[in-house]
Structure formats: structure tokens, C-alpha cells
Design a protein around this ligand. Structure first.
Ligand code: FES
Length: 344
């Protein structure tokens, strides 16, 4: 692939043609603050934090400007620093600053850029004006939507449009009243939002926050067992409990995306209602039994019904378990009556 050589902050770098200045800088370990840029959706250049100076050309937003041969870029001039700092302070002016109770605290891009540019609390306090307080949308069972924390970067809108294809949200209203809204500004649960959570995982701030957030102690790479797609996932595990699911960006099947079931439907694994002991119906009542009793009964009944049998497999079993069940049904029970609940 054709490459382009340029200079960023005095460092000579070489990147593929078509790369933007921001991508070139980040790929070469040079941080340029950014908020509305996400590598998986189209760049729109609305936050203006990635402003850089290009020699003999003036200022440009790095996320929208492709590199050119011989370009000389400076990311940290006094004028750029001032402009960025004021841009961040203006975002903070309209941002509900309850970081201590925010689920994204510590993992928030606004906190990162505010620290990096040296946002001045006194300047933010001086510029603060009464602004509309938005009602928190709690209708989605898995995440909340709090427009008081939204920085209007639009990453969620582009994610919903470009990655999910659902187009459930867009910009609405004007000026201080601008929000990301569903059609008719209805709660998410009443919109065509599929609750897949793709916007949630890309939101740079706490505007979209999971209702259940527990940091896993470690992760286990596996394959989602809900349907036949085979999306790549990482199960977040803490102690003996599954506490979260993260999409595997390297999965050739799902390319880092998940549906609502794969991302949020993991609690059945450790659910207290889940049976952990076999039950046998005696005199019409289900009673706890030992594994030996249960297996003996099942073997007897299966032998009685050979050839008159049907198996319904579960998406909540592993693919290997389901494979074994169909093999058993065909090979031992002598029938092809096999079905699976994931065909929905
Ligand atoms: Fe470039 Fe927002 S990251 S303008």
C-alpha cells in the first residue's frame, strides 16, 4: 500500500495513504485530545478538540484531515492549547459533574481530556448558566440514558446508523436544548431501539451507562451460545460468577458487535432459580433426588422410548453440548427429531 511521510511534533512518521492526521499521530504514540472520534464510525469533526496546526496552511481538525506528503503538523502550540482548553471548559459548563456517582468515572474521555488540557474549575464555574435538566431515561432494562452528561459527540447516532443499521436515535432540538433523541423523543423502550448496547460501549462519557456494572477479575474468551452465528465474546468473571460480556473485536464472525441477548443475557448462568439438583416427579410432585436415581430413571425411560423420541436443545448450552445431544438423538435414539430453541 502507498505510504505517506510527514512530520508530527518534530517526529518523522510514515503511514498508509488515506490515514488522517489523528490516526497517524495515535498510531505513532502522539496523543491528540479527541472526543467525537471513534475508529469504528465515520469522523464528523464536531468537538474540535483535535485541532492541530499545519505549517503553511493554518489550523485543521486532525480527525478529518488526511495526511499529505511532507506535511508538517504541530499539535501543541500555545494558541492550540488555549483553544482546546476553552472548548473543553465549555463542554464542562453544560455537563452534570457528579463524577463520584457516575458509572463511567475513571473510564470517561471527558475526564481524560479535561485533565490533559488543564481545564480550570474557576473558569467552568464562572461560565455555568442555568441549563435545562433532562429527565433520565430509565426505560431500557440494561442501561440508562442521561442527557445531562451527553457531550453531543454523536458517536451513538453514527453507531446506531452505520454499525447496527437501526437508526433509532438522532440529534433533536437546538442550542442548549439539543439532545440525542428517539423518534418523537420517546423513552428508549418505546422506540425502535434494539437494546443491543453498541452505543453504550462506544459512549465516551456517562450519558449511556450500564445499570449493572461490576469490574471483572479476569476474562474468558469464548463463543456466544445463543444462536448459530457464533459471535466472539469475552466473559467477565469475578470469583465464580459471570459479571459481564464484552464483544471480541477480533472475531471474524461478529467483528466486535453483539446483539442484546449476547451482551446482556448472561445472568441465567448464576441465577438463584437455576436448578442445581435433579428433581423427580413422585405422586405428581417434583422432589429432589440423587444424581444416581435421576440418571437411572432417565436411562430406563430413554430405552423404553427409542425411536419415539424428540430432542429440543437449548441455546443456553454450549455448542459442544448441543452437538452431543443431536448425535445421541440420531445415533442412539434412532430419530432425526431434533430442534433448537434459538431459531427465533
Ligand atoms: Fe476531531 Fe472531535 S475528535 S473534532
Amino acid at each position: 500500500m502507498e505510504s505517506v511521510k510527514l512530520t508530527i511534533d518534530g517526529c518523522s512518521v510514515e503511514v498508509p495513504k488515506g490515514t488522517t492526521i489523528l490516526e497517524a499521530a495515535l498510531a505513532n504514540g502522539i496523543y491528540i485530545p479527541h472526543l467525537c472520534f471513534h475508529p469504528e464510525v465515520r469522523a464528523v469533526g464536531v468537538c474540535r478538540l483535535c485541532l492541530v496546526e499545519i505549517e503553511k496552511r493554518g489550523n485543521a481538525v486532525a480527525c478529518k484531515t488526511p495526511v499529505e506528503p511532507g506535511m508538517v503538523v504541530r499539535t501543541e502550540t500555545p494558541a492550540i492549547r488555549d483553544t482546546r482548553r476553552v472548548a473543553v471548559e465549555l463542554l464542562l459548563v453544560n455537563h452534570h459533574g457528579d463524577c463520584l456517582t457516575c458509572a463511567k468515572s475513571g473510564d470517561c474521555k471527558l475526564q481524560d481530556v479535561a485533565r490533559y488540557v488543564g481545564a480550570r474549575p474557576e473558569a467552568v464555574a464562572r461560565m455555568r448558566r442555568p441549563a435545562p435538566a433532562f429527565t433520565i431515561d430509565d426505560s431500557n432494562p440494561f442501561f440508562t440514558r442521561d442527557m445531562n452528561k451527553c457531550v453531543l459527540c454523536g458517536i451513538c447516532v453514527r453507531t446506531c446508523e452505520e454499525i447496527v443499521g437501526a437508526d433509532a436515535i438522532d440529534f433533536a432540538f437546538r442550542g442548549y436544548s439539543s439532545v440525542i433523541a428517539t423518534f418523537g423523543n420517546k423513552p428508549l423502550a418505546e422506540s425502535k431501539c434494539e437494546a443491543c448496547g453498541e452505543c453504550l460501549v462506544r459512549c465516551p462519557v456517562g450519558a449511556l451507562a450500564p445499570k449493572k456494572a461490576r469490574t471483572p477479575a479476569h476474562e474468558v474468551k469464548t463463543v456466544c451460545s445463543y444462536c448459530g452465528c457464533g459471535c466472539g465474546i469475552y466473559l467477565g468473571v469475578r470469583g465464580n460468577q459471570v459479571v459481564g460480556v464484552r464483544a471480541d473485536p477480533a472475531s471474524p464472525v461478529s467483528l466486535g458487535s453483539l446483539c442484546v441477548k449476547g451482551r446482556f443475557g448472561y445472568e441465567y448462568v448464576n441465577h438463584p432459580d437455576r436448578l442445581t439438583r435433579p428433581l423427580i416427579r413422585r405422586d405428581g410432585v417434583l422432589q429432589e433426588a440423587s444424581w444416581d436415581e435421576a440418571l437411572e430413571l432417565v436411562a430406563t425411560k430413554l430405552a423404553e422410548h427409542r425411536g419415539k423420541f424428540a430432542a429440543l436443545a437449548s441455546a443456553k448450552c454450549t455448542n459442544e453440548d448441543n452437538y452431543v445431544l443431536q448425535k445421541f438423538t440420531r445415533g442412539v435414539m434412532a430419530t432425526n427429531n431434533v430442534d433448537h430453541c434459538a431459531r427465533i
